[in-house]
Design a protein around this ligand. Structure first.
Ligand code: ATP
Length: 367
């Protein structure tokens, strides 16, 4: 068990490629930290630096109290599960799991105990004699995790371990990994580009873009209080809608004028906005905060607008409406009773108090 600290860590592959740029991150003991971001943002590199598979250009990484910059990967007390499970095809599941321990010259009885215990935790005892090719994708994934567990590392690293699984199995395995984290009580650091995985599993999420840490927080902190437009758009599905808007009026009549609708400024933000000199903002509203005006959530302060329905996507317990209004398309997640049909207009109710406001130039959140 251990904490992990990145202190101003940079990894420069070449003059033009800075994969990780001045990353500072404190990961607590026993935490489940998910590093998330789009392809190429540097999350795998950040993990590989911690594992010792890449050299650090500048900065330090510590595991517990120990700076590990110059410690060999095998001596770092960490275990990594990759996207490609990298099992040895000619070895049984048992031998795949035992291999690393044999290399360390552990006694046969200790190896046997650890392999069987890990297999028990993962529900793969009945598969121990099989070869990898006789396993399903999900079973192979569990063997790969088993191989990490037997090493009893201080920190587990996962690099997109679910991306080769089909959608249903991904959901099941996600829950399995969360349970495993609770059971082992060890620090987990997990890399994915999938915000749903991040939201469902993480104690805290670190969002990266272009090698730079954008924000770190609990799933609900990132969802409710994204620090900038990138995090706001990345966390949440479907993504937050953005509209350019001009601030107009004063006090009670203060409004955001978007191209095709007006939104009253929430009362708690009027003073803050009055103290700023800007007139142009970007406002953000999540699809779940836009209602079919016939079925609004009770008690909300709403602003009503009309929009053209482009596509209707029934999802069972809710309906996604792809809408067109003025400059940009946007999405609403509405009540399944909605009678909106494509090609027609629909009345919408925006939950005024759920609006996010961003500085147009810096893209930083101001509300
Ligand atoms: P993905 O989700 O696609 O795996 P990622 O967020 O994990 O992406 P990295 O694999 O860390 O991103 O890559 C970050 C940047 O560093 C990318 O621009 C990538 O092309 C570059 N990069 C990664 N490894 C190397 C390498 N060995 N040599 C040169 N450039 C590299």
């Amino acid at each position: 068990m251990a904490s992990v600290r990145y202190d101003h860590v940079t990894k420069q592959f070449s003059e033009t490629v800075k994969a990780v740029n001045d990353l500072s991150l404190d990961i607590k003991d026993k935490e489940f930290l998910v590093l998330v971001g789009p392809s190429g943002c540097g999350k795998t590199t950040a993990l590989r630096l911690l594992a010792g598979l890449e050299d650090i250009t500048s900065g330090t990484i510590s595991i517990g109290e120990r700076v590990v910059n110059d410690i060999a990967p095998k001596d770092r007390d960490i275990a990594m599960v990759f996207q490609s499970y990298a099992l040895y095809p000619h070895m049984s599941v048992y031998d795949n799991m035992a291999f690393g321990l044999k290399l360390r010259k552990m006694s046969k009885s200790d190896i046997d105990k650890r392999v069987k215990e890990a297999a028990g935790i993962l529900g793969i005892v009945h598969l121990l004699d099989r070869k990898p090719k006789q396993l399903s994708g999900g079973q192979r994934q569990r063997v790969a995790v088993g191989r990490a567990i037997v090493r009893e590392p201080k920190v587990f690293l996962f690099d997109e371990p679910l991306s080769n699984l089909d959608a249903k199995l991904r959901v099941e395995t996600r829950a399995g990994i969360s349970k495993l984290h609770q059971r082992l009580g060890t620090t987990f650091i997990y890399v994915t580009h999938d915000q749903t995985e991040a939201m469902t599993m993480a104690s805290r999420i670190a969002v990266m873009k272009d090698g730079i840490l954008q924000q770190i927080g609990t799933p609900s902190e990132l969802y409710d209080h994204p620090g900038n437009m990138f995090v706001a758009g990345f966390i949440g599905s479907p993504s937050m809608n953005f509209f350019n808007a001009e601030l107009a009026g004063s006090d009670g009549s203060m409004v955001f004028n978007a191209v095709t609708f007006k939104l009253p400024v929430p009362s708690d933000s009027r003073e803050m906005l009055r103290s700023r000199s800007d007139e142009e903002y970007v406002i953000g509203i999540r699809p779940e905060d836009i209602y079919d005006a016939s079925y609004p959530a009770p008690g909300i302060e709403s602003a009503i607008m009309e929009a053209q329905v482009d596509v209707v996507e029934p999802m069972g317990s809710e309906i996604y409406l792809n809408l067109l209004s003025g400059e940009n398309p946007f999405v609403a997640r509405v009540d399944p009773r909605s009678r909106a049909t494509s090609g027609n207009s629909v009345g919408l109710a925006f939950d005024v108090n759920k609006v996010h406001v961003f500085d147009k130039k810096t893209e930083l959140a101001i509300r």
